[in-house]
Design a protein around this ligand. Structure first.
Ligand SMILES: Cc1cc2nc3c(=O)[nH]c(=O)nc-3n(C[C@H](O)[C@H](O)[C@H](O)COP(=O)(O)OP(=O)(O)OC[C@H]3O[C@@H](n4cnc5c(N)ncnc54)[C@H](O)[C@@H]3O)c2cc1C
Length: 380
């Protein structure tokens, strides 16, 4: 039986980033992954590295994490397609323009550079947006990556530092032991569950699946320059009950336009839904009428792992599981690509008993131990 200091279950971007940090810290690390590393939600995601200000904790984590991405940008392999495109938050009217100013002030306090654009500025920055928009906020250091390649890079870095990849499905995890479906057992003092939206190892996790659709076009280099997001995006990302769509376009290095985004609770079928794709496209065309002339070549879906307070679970799972060997790095919703490097630091600091650069309290799993999802299963 193989014994390690840490087993990470899941080699999506979060698990791979954690394995890299544990291996860096000199911990003997195993990564258990059932499929191709990075092929889960990570492969379905958009890869927008973005500072989000929907709560002070999210602002702190996404600013910290984006900073870590930027620190290593020159060392990232070309396959990751890292591009510092910047985000342009688009304001349709005067009310949204007021939000632009509030957002800029919030970013300034957090040390995040941004610039307010007026009607003319937005039209010059993105000539394919519809004319007459009120303005926008450009956040120049937000970036774009190709997520599965980023996960593969983090994992390969971890392996170079001695981490071992164990291929197989974990069917049980607890009390310092992970059991694979073929009966193999792997042991470690700490087990980190980074299994994305798959909660089968711990059904009491307070995580819900939130389905998202994306669609990619053929190649149209120069059609858009920034990651373009409507200011209403945060409102729609925060609606916990409804399905919602928002204008969100990402120009890829290949010249393709990646078009998002939708959010739906209560859906488990991964099939693309023509009705949702239509709503998404209608919204996108409202902002960029010329999109209607582009050909889309593929659509897909993915399931974000959502928590009730929209923050990830990073830390010991003991308050939920009564098992001191189990740790969590899950519930990253629509920000796991951005937040993986920062979350990995916060988790490994906790494993090592080090003080973190950020206050970890808002991310500790214990905060949701009393939530209805966690309680329901604990009492079954
Ligand atoms: C449509 C959409 C758009 C998005 N856009 C963005 C974006 O622009 N920016 C951003 O920051 N984030 C974005 N996200 C969110 C981001 O993709 C996720 O938060 C992130 O990929 C989660 O990574 P993960 O490692 O937690 O999960 P995953 O990538 O799902 O990794 C979990 C891994 O665990 C493995 N696994 C699970 N259970 C077991 C088991 N029992 N045994 C062995 N292996 C197991 C799986 O095979 C998988 O590889 C988006 C998500 C969606 C769906």
């Amino acid at each position: 039986m193989a014994t390690f200091d840490v087993i990470v279950v899941g080699a999506g971007i979060v698990g791979a980033a954690i394995a890299r940090e544990t291996a860096r810290a000199g911990l003997r690390t195993a990564v258990v992954e059932e499929k191709v590393p990075g092929s889960g939600i990570t492969a379905a995601g958009m890869g927008h590295l973005v500072v989000m200000d929907d709560s002070p904790a999210q602002l702190a984590l996404s600013t910290f994490s984006r900073g870590l991405w930027l620190q290593e940008r020159d060392k990232l392999p070309a396959s990751i397609e890292f591009e510092e495109r910047g985000t342009l938050w688009v304001a349709a009217d005067d009310e949204e323009m007021r939000e632009v100013h509030t957002k800029r002030a919030t970013y300034e306090k957090a040390g995040v550079a941004s610039e307010v654009l007026d009607t003319k500025g937005v039209a010059e920055a993105e000539p394919n947006l519809r004319p007459g928009l009120a303005g926008g906020l450009r956040v120049p250091q937000d970036a774009v990556v190709y997520p599965p390649a980023a996960a593969a890079h983090f994992l390969s870095d971890a392996q170079h530092r001695g981490a071992k990849l164990v291929q197989g499905r974990a069917v049980a995890a607890g009390k310092g032991e992970v059991t694979l479906s073929n009966g193999t057992k792997v042991q470690a003092e700490r087990i980190v569950l980074a299994a994305g939206s798959d909660i089968s190892l711990l059904p009491q996790l307070p995580i819900q699946k939130r389905k998202g659709h994306l669609l990619i076009t053929d190649r149209y280099p120069g059609f858009a320059h920034h990651q373009l997001v409507e200011l209403g995006y945060l409102k729609s990302a925060h609606k916990l009950t409804d399905e919602s769509v928002a204008f969100n376009i990402q120009p890829r290095q290949t010249g393709q336009m990646l078009i998002g985004s939708s959010r739906q609770f209560g859906k488990t079928d991964p099939a693309s839904e023509p009705r949702i794709l239509r709503l998404m496209l209608e919204r996108a065309i409202e902002y960029m009428p010329k999109l209607a002339a582009l050909s889309a070549i593929r659509a897909w879906t993915g399931f974000r792992a959502s928590t009730e307070d929209k923050l990830p679970l990073i830390g010991p799972a003991e308050a939920i599981t009564e098992d001191a060997s189990l740790w969590l790095a899950a519930g990253f919703e629509g920000l796991g690509i951005t937040n993986a490097p920062g979350a990995a630091r916060l988790l490994v600091d906790q494993l090592l008993g080090h003080k973190s650069m950020l206050d970890v309290t808002p991310f500790l799993p214990a905060r949701l131990a009393g939530s209805p999802a966690a309680k329901k299963e604990a009492h079954v």
